[in-house]
Every structure is written in structure tokens, then in C-alpha cells.
Write a protein that binds this ligand. Structure first.
Ligand SMILES: Cc1ncc(COP(=O)(O)O)c(C=O)c1O
Length: 422
């Protein structure tokens, strides 16, 4: 997507891969120091060796220190599990929680619209997918009444054990308010659910007045009544300002997990030997970036701020443009990397799609691809309320390309609406 990698991060990884460069003074001293530290934690001082299955110890310590700085509450390195991107940790965690048969089979509560990893994992594990709908009329916030409806209905045919929450949201781009996070925690505690908090977009917050409230911090602040909730939180090198998805770095922090269960989790992750050590080193750069006074600090902050500022501008541009087009409405893109606009498809377009055996939004997306060369994902891929149609697009293209995209999209949409006008 044309995003320039963060220099410091690539320098540390280069040095880890090729330690011959460690004394090369064209690399800043802090990058060399970080690389040395990571390599000292690796067996044989090399990225090419297996690490512990849960990850390199020094990196787990750095992650715990990052979480402590972020939340202001202690974090134990023994609760940190490095992973092959967040996906791997999410799948491992779900694997651990699925059990039973018939009415005792695990139900996994998933937001709709959702990131399809969750439905795919539920299906792979033969668990019950329990849908709860996000409230489009309230900027995709999470309604507690809807969670209650959903869990009550699910209890008739399965045993809901897990509540998955994505904050900031994919594909919906919402950032949950602190009050909303508090209510969700209280709901999970009331219903004895294990809470899985997908927080991979924690650095991607754009809208004024929005802030990232981690589930762990919010839970700890709520006091002893809730501080025993079982929780797993996920983070990744793939998103944020770094976008290093190919390195496959990620981790989960588990909180209040029964020691016997944690032992099973360790056994489970050990079947995969270890996550890529290069990905672990990338995660270390994310949680242990240059500090004030270090040689790379100024340039690192400049690069990081520029990426996030540009993403915020694009988030605004995309939602504003969609809202200026007749028949398209789009909630504010408060965070993450996507817009999920709603399209008011004319009845004739819906009928045409049905005659072709296609989902109406799938038909729209295919036409958009064929006529304008623009690729979006139809809302039916993420789930949506019956009778509503959406698509997901990303705010990642660079501003010049995004402008071309928005103009081409507007022209296509107006033509499509005219062609199928009721
Ligand atoms: C909400 C969410 N969770 C998890 C992931 C997985 O990310 P990765 O496995 O690259 O860390 C993604 C990727 O798009 C995502 O959007």
C-alpha cells in the first residue's frame, strides 16, 4: 500500500539477521543495542534457532513492561505468549476453550459484522457461533441489551463460554468508549464468560474525543469484584503505524487463567515449536521503541506521527466522501483501518443479483471491480443485519491513490444507481 517502513524497526531486524553489522557505526547506537539484547536472549545468539515455545524470555519481559507502562497495572511475563501474528494466538485461545457436545458444546460470541477469522475458527473447531449485532445507528457501539439477548438465545442450544470483542473494530472502525468497555466487562463477569479482547488496532485511533481503553486496565480499575475475570488480550506487529504483517509478530496476555489450564495452553503452543523468531524481534521493537534522549528517538517519532496523522486524514476523507454520495451512508471511522459504508441498493439491483444467484452486495462489489477496477469486500463476508447492504474498504492507500479511488467510486456508484433506479 506504499507505506514506508519505520526505519528503526528495520534497522534492528537487519542487525538481528546479520550480526556482522553490529559494530557498523552507520547504524545508530540504540538500534545496535536493541539488536544485541534480542540476540543475547536467543539460543546460540541467533535468530535462526528455535526459541521457547512461549517466546524469547527477554521479549516477553519487554512486552510485560510495555503493558505496565500502558495500563499502570502489573503484568507478569509468565502470562505472555508470543505468536505467529495475532491470528495464531486467537486460534490457540479458542482451541483451548472449545469443549463439550450437544448442549454443552462451547458457544463463541462474535460481533456482527466481524473479522472472518472468528467465524472460520468457530467452524474449524466445530463450535457454535453465537452472533451479537453491533449497533450501526450508534456508530457500531456494543449494546448490552443485544449481548443479553444473544447469550440468552444461545443458552437454549449450547454453552456460551467465550465473548470476543474487537476494539478498535474491523470492519466497522469504531472505538469503544470507556463506559462501554466497563459494561462489557460486567456482562462477561455476570455470565461467566472468558473475554477475548482483540486489541490489534490499539495504536489506530483517529477521531477527536476517542481513546483506546484496554480491557485489562478497565477491568483492574473496576476493582476486586471484577479483577478476577478471565481475559486474554491480543496485539500484533501487523497494524498500528508499523504495518509489518509479513513478519508475523504477535502476542497474547492471559489474565486470571487457571494454572492447570495455562499448562494445557503451553502444551498446545509447544506443538508448533515456536513463533518465527524474526517476528518476535519485530514485536520487541514495537513494545520497546526509542526513548527520549536516544539517537533514533526524534526520527522514530517523526515517522510514527506522520503515518498516524495521514491515516487519520484518510479516515476522515473516506467517511466524508461516502456521506456526500446519494445512497451511501458511513459511520465515522474512529479507528482501525477500514470504512464499512451502507449502500441503499435499489430493488431492481437486488432482483438482478438474485437472478444471477449472487448476494446483492456481492453483485454490487463485482460490478465495481469490473467497471471501475476497484476491489472491496461485500458486507455479506462479515455479516450484517438482514436486508442491509454494505461493503468494506480500507483507508490504507496513499492519499493520491485514495483520491483517484474515491472519484472512480463516485462515478461508478452514480451510474449504477441510475441504471437500476426503481
Ligand atoms: C481484528 C483483527 N484481528 C486479528 C487480525 C490478525 O492479524 P495478524 O495475524 O496479522 O496479527 C486482523 C488482521 O487483519 C484483524 O483485523
Amino acid at each position: 500500500m506504499g507505506q514506508k517502513p519505520i526505519t528503526f524497526l528495520r534497522q534492528v531486524i537487519s542487525l538481528c539477521v546479520n550480526p556482522d553489522l553490529l559494530n557498523n557505526e552507520s547504524f545508530p547506537a540504540d538500534a545496535r543495542e536493541r539488536a544485541r539484547r534480542i540476540l543475547q536472549g536467543c539460543k546460540g545468539g541467533s535468530l535462526g534457532s528455535y526459541s521457547d515455545s512461549v517466546g524469547v524470555e527477554v521479549i516477553r519481559k519487554d512486552i510485560a513492561a510495555y503493558i505496565e507502562r500502558r495500563d499502570g497495572f502489573p503484568s507478569d511475563p509468565d502470562n505472555i505468549f508470543l505468536s505467529t501474528g495475532a491470528s495464531d494466538a486467537i486460534k490457540n485461545c479458542l482451541h483451548l476453550l472449545v469443549a463439550g457436545s450437544g448442549k454443552t458444546r462451547t458457544g463463541i460470541m462474535i460481533p456482527i459484522p466481524q473479522y472472518p477469522l472468528y467465524s472460520a475458527a468457530a467452524s474449524q473447531l466445530d463450535a457454535h457461533q453465537v452472533n451479537y449485532y453491533l449497533n450501526e445507528d450508534n456508530n457500531w457501539a456494543l449494546d448490552i441489551a443485544e449481548l443479553e439477548r444473544s447469550v440468552k438465545e444461545a443458552r437454549q442450544h449450547c454453552t456460551p463460554r467465550v465473548l470476543c470483542v474487537i476494539n478498535p473494530g474491523n470492519p466497522t472502525g469504531q472505538v469503544l468508549s470507556k463506559e462501554n468497555v466497563q459494561e462489557i466487562i460486567k456482562f462477561a463477569a455476570r455470565e461467566h464468560l472468558f473475554l477475548m479482547a482483540d486489541e490489534v488496532y490499539q495504536d489506530n485511533i483517529y477521531a477527536e474525543g476517542c481513546a483506546f481503553h484496554s480491557f485489562k486496565k478497565t477491568m483492574m480499575e473496576l476493582g476486586p469484584e471484577y479483577s478476577t475475570l478471565e481475559l486474554a488480550s491480543f496485539h500484533s506487529t501487523s497494524k498500528g503505524y508499523m504495518g509489518e504483517c509479513g513478519f508475523r509478530g504477535g502476542y497474547m496476555e492471559v489474565i486470571n487463567m487457571d494454572p492447570q489450564v495455562k499448562l494445557q495452553l503451553k502444551k498446545l503452543v509447544s506443538t508448533k515449536l515456536c513463533p518465527p523468531v524474526s517476528g518476535q524481534a519485530t514485536m520487541d521493537c514495537v513494545v520497546n521503541p526509542p526513548q527520549p534522549g536516544e539517537p533514533s528517538y526524534e526520527s522514530f517519532i517523526k515517522e510514527k506521527t506522520a503515518v498516524l496523522k495521514s491515516l487519520a486524514e484518510r479516515a476522515k476523507l473516506v467517511a466524508e466522501t461516502f456521506n456526500s454520495i446519494e445512497g451511501v451512508t458511513c459511520n465515522t471511522v474512529q479507528g482501525a483501518m477500514y470504512a464499512f459504508p451502507r449502500i441503499a441498493l435499489p430493488q431492481r439491483a437486488v432482483e438482478k443479483a438474485k437472478s444471477l444467484g449472487q448476494a446483492p452486495d456481492g453483485f454490487y462489489a463485482l460490478q465495481l471491480l469490473e467497471q471501475a477496477g476497484i476491489c472491496v469486500v461485500p458486507g455479506s463476508g462479515f455479516g450484517q443485519r438482514e436486508g442491509t447492504y454494505h461493503f468494506r474498504t480500507t483507508i490504507l492507500p496513499q492519499p493520491d491513490k485514495l483520491k483517484i479511488f474515491m472519484d472512480a467510486f463516485t462515478a461508478f456508484h452514480n451510474k449504477f444507481m441510475k441504471e437500476y433506479a426503481d
